[in-house]
Design a protein around this ligand. Structure first.
Ligand SMILES: [Zn+2]
Length: 330
């Protein structure tokens, strides 16, 4: 049963919004394009693994995708850890770290490194097996915070591309069973582990589900600051879905594109969403009016009202607040 679906991560939505709103002559544009392609590749890899997860018995496995939880580190500071996919049975927790890499992936156990080779070009990565082991430890700390007893855990690095060749040196003769191709998933997790456990040691899945959903914090980046883009650099106006130009004008109850003549009643929703993703999740009506290049104050109020039907807003004074987790439940 899927308790937390995989949707487009907030950061990916931010990158998509920035590509739409940044002139392609801007100095940061190539960097944003590169980062977007990288994040998109990772997201596609995670989606590809979904197919193999669909073979797991649905009454035994609870699936949580893209989980990001806070925990207190040893210096008493709040840190976050992220799990691509968490599988929970009543007896154990299984963590999957998904990698979408092509070519040959070489695990060097001596130096704890992963080296990817494509067309004779080598590229080093941090060892994802260590990364997922660390997530296991962080998950244990998180469970203890809620006075839940740490349960048996397993973790895997899942390679989403079937054509990726796996090799290893400096460790076991074969590649460790923790590094797997996605196609192995249905064969690894079909056992029914319930009978081996004492009833008192079983995981309360409902409680786990409630805690994960209430504690989940989607990753959000101050994206303009990160790419050194000023809010004034962004293209304003309502963007046409058909031709991607920001030249829509509100005319007799609908948006009309001045470039291609397309019509759309709801085009302001996406534009206000892009403002929230890029500039600020709190805004005044005047700020939205300037961003939409709307001439009419009352009409802008109506746009904000119709936006709040899709993404509920809180109002304090003259400031509207949009909860970021509403923009994507990732
Ligand atoms: Zn158009």
């Amino acid at each position: 049963m899927i308790f937390k679906k995989r949707t487009s991560p907030l950061y990916l939505l931010q990158l998509q919004a920035l590509l739409r709103r940044l002139p392609n002559t801007h100095l940061a544009y190539p960097k944003v394009e590169y980062e977007h392609a990288k994040q998109m590749k990772g997201h596609r890899g995670e989606e590809a693994v979904e197919y193999y997860l669909s073979f797991l018995p649905k009454d035994t496995y609870s699936v949580f995708h893209n989980v990001r939880l806070p925990y207190m580190n040893s210096f008493n500071k709040v840190n976050y850890f992220q799990i691509d996919t968490l599988l929970a049975t009543k007896a154990e927790l299984i963590l999957l770290e998904i990698k979408n890499v092509s070519g040959t992936l070489h695990v060097d156990y001596e130096h704890n490194q992963m080296v990817r080779t494509v067309n004779d070009v080598e590229e080093g990565f941090p060892n994802a097996l260590l990364q997922v082991k660390l997530q296991e430890r962080q998950l244990r700390t998180w469970l203890v915070q809620y006075e839940l007893q740490p349960r048996p855990m397993r973790s895997y690095v899942v390679i989403s591309k079937p054509s990726t060749i796996l090799r290893s040196t400096g460790g076991p003769d074969t590649v460790t069973p923790s590094l797997i191709h996605a196609a192995q998933i249905p064969y690894l997790f079909t056992d029914e582990p319930l009978s081996a456990s004492e009833p008192s040691q079983l995981i309360d899945i409902k409680q786990l589900q409630q805690l994960i959903l209430s504690d989940h914090r989607p990753f959000y980046k101050d994206i303009l600051k990160y790419f050194n883009v000023s809010p004034q650099d962004l293209v304003t106006g309502v963007v046409c879905k058909e031709c991607e130009t920001p030249s829509m004008k509100w005319w007799w109850g609908r948006w009309r594109c001045q470039a291609c003549d397309a019509h759309d009643r709801q085009a302001h929703i996406q534009s206000i969403k892009e403002y929230v993703l890029l500039v600020n999740s709190s805004f005044t009506s005047a700020e939205i009016r300037a961003f939409l290049r709307s001439e009419n104050r009352q009409q802008t109020h109506r746009f904000i009202k119709s936006f709040s039907r899709h993404y509920p807003l809180d109002l304090s004074g003259r400031l509207y607040h949009c909860s970021l987790s509403q923009l994507s439940d990732s």
